[in-house]
Design a protein around this ligand. Structure first.
Ligand code: NAD
Ligand code: UDP
Ligand code: UDP
Length: 324
C-alpha cells in the first residue's frame, strides 16, 4: 500500500450509483475529486451532499469526447450498467465503453496518471465455468442484445492492456460482479432495486423466467473498498481482478428475502426470461484475497436491509406534497 498523499482524482460516471459512493469515500480520505458525468443514468442528487465540499468539483461531460484536465488518478466508471438502460441506446453504450476507455487512456498517457477500469463479470457472458476465475475467457454472444455492453467492456479491457504494453500506462482492471445498495435508481431495472421497490409499493414481484438463475450480490461499501485497494496496489498488480461476493442465490431466493425483510405481501409474477440472460454467476475471489487482502464482509440480508431503508425513505419522500 502507498503512503497517504493527497491526489487529484478523476471519477467518470461519478454521479451514478457506484461512482457517487466512490467520490464520497475519496473525499473522506482527503483527496481532491473531479466528478465527471453526462447524467445518462446518474443524478445530481447522488452527489448533492458533496457539491459544496471545497475538494469536490463536478463537470458535465460525455467520455466519448476528448477531455483535457490535469489529474493523478482516474477511475473510469462511466457506462450505464443496467440491461434496461444499456440496451436503450446500444450504439451509445459501445461508444461509451470503447471511446471512453480510449480517451481516458490517452489522458492517463499524457498526464502519466494511473487509470482503473470498471470492467464487469459480463465479460464472462453466460459462463460455462463455475465459479468464474479471471483466467476464464468467457462465453459471450458477440451480436446479441447484451453484446453492446459485454463486447464494449471486453474491447475496453483489450485497450487497457494494449496501452499498458505499448505505452507503459499504469492500469488496473476490476471485474465487478452484481453490486447493490443505496442510490441505485428506483427505475434502474436491475433485480435488487426492482424487487425492493415492488415490495415496498405492494406491487407484484417480477421474476424473469423460472427464477432459478443465480447471481452473487455484493454490497456497495465492500465493492468501493475493493476498487480503492486495487487502485492503491503495487504497480505490477494490473488485474483483471474479480470483485464481488461469493454468496450465490437464485432469483427466487432473492425475492423471498426481500419479501421477508420488507414484510410485504406482494405476489410473485413470472415474466419471460430476457434473451441471453446468464444462467449462473459467482466470482472466484482467490486473486482479490491474495493480491489485495480484500474480502467482502456485508451479508446479503444486512445489505438488503440498508438498501430497503434507503428506498423506503426515497419512496416516502416522493409521496409527500410538494409544499413540504
Ligand atoms: P450507473 O448507471 O448508476 O452509473 C453509471 C454512470 O455513468 C451514470 O452516472 C451515467 O450518467 C454515467 N455515464 C454513462 N454514460 C456516460 C458517458 N458517455 N459520459 C459520461 N458519463 C456517462 O451504474 P453503476 O452501477 O454505478 O456502474 C458504474 C460502473 O461499474 C459502470 O461502468 C458499470 O459497467 C460497472 N459495473 C457495475 C456493476 C454493478 O452491479 N453495479 C457490475 C459490473 C460493472
Ligand atoms: N485524449 C484525451 N485527453 C488527453 C489526451 C488524449 O481525451 O489529455 C484522447 C485523444 O483525443 C485520443 C485518445 O485520448 O482520442 C487517445 O489518445 P492517444 O494519445 O493515445 O492517441 P492519439 O491522440 O495519438 O490518437
Ligand atoms: N431479473 C428478474 N426480475 C427483474 C429484474 C431482473 O427476475 O425485475 C433477473 C434477470 O433476468 C437476471 C437477474 O435477475 O437473471 C439479474 O438481473 P440484473 O438486470 O439485475 O443484472 P444482470 O442480468 O446484468 O446480472
Amino acid at each position: 500500500m502507498r503512503h497517504f498523499q493527497r491526489r487529484r482524482i478523476l471519477v467518470t460516471g461519478g454521479a451514478g450509483f457506484l461512482g457517487s459512493h466512490l467520490c464520497e469515500r475519496l473525499i473522506n480520505e482527503g483527496h481532491e475529486v473531479l466528478c465527471l458525468d453526462n447524467f445518462q443514468t446518474g443524478t445530481r442528487e447522488n452527489v448533492a451532499q458533496l457539491l459544496n465540499h471545497p475538494c469536490f468539483e463536478f463537470m458535465r461531460h460525455d467520455v466519448t469526447f476528448p477531455l483535457h484536465v490535469e489529474v493523478d488518478e482516474i477511475y473510469n466508471l462511466a457506462c450505464p450498467a443496467s440491461p434496461v438502460h444499456y440496451q436503450n441506446d446500444p450504439i451509445q453504450t459501445t461508444k461509451t465503453s470503447v471511446l471512453g476507455a480510449m480517451n481516458m487512456l490517452g489522458l492517463a498517457k499524457r498526464t502519466r496518471s494511473r487509470v482503473l477500469q470498471a470492467s464487469t463479470s459480463e465479460v464472462y457472458g453466460d459462463p460455462q465455468m463455475h465459479p468464474q476465475p479471471e483466467s476464464y475467457h468467457g462465453h459471450v454472444n458477440p451480436n446479441g442484445i447484451r453484446a453492446c455492453y459485454d463486447e464494449g467492456k471486453r474491447c475496453a479491457e483489450s485497450l487497457f492492456f494494449d496501452y499498458h504494453r505499448q505505452h507503459q500506462v499504469s492500469i488496473k482492471v476490476a471485474r465487478i460482479f452484481n453490486t447493490y445498495g443505496p442510490r441505485m435508481h428506483p427505475n434502474d431495472g436491475r433485480v435488487v432495486s426492482n424487487f425492493i421497490v415492488q415490495a415496498l409499493r405492494g406491487e407484484p414481484i417480477t421474476i424473469y423466467g423460472k427464477g432459478d438463475q443465480t447471481r452473487s450480490f455484493c454490497y456497495v461499501d465492500d465493492l468501493v473498498d475493493g476498487l480503492v485497494r486495487l487502485m492503491n496496489s503495487p504497480e505490477d498488480v494490473t488485474g483483471p481482478i474479480n470483485l464481488g461476493n461469493e454468496g450465490e442465490f437464485t432469483i427466487l431466493e432473492l425475492a423471498q428475502q426481500v419479501l421477508e425483510l420488507t414484510g410485504s405481501r406482494s405476489k410473485l409474477v413470472f415474466k419471460p426470461l430476457p434473451k441471453d440472460d446468464p444462467r449462473q454467476r459467482r466470482p472466484d475471489l482467490t486473486t482479490a484475497r491474495e493480491k489485495l487482502g480484500w474480502e467482502p464482509c456485508v451479508k446479503l440480508h444486512e445489505g438488503l436491509l440498508k438498501t430497503i431503508l434507503y428506498f423506503d425513505q426515497q419512496l416516502g419522500a416522493q409521496k409527500r406534497p410538494a409544499s413540504l
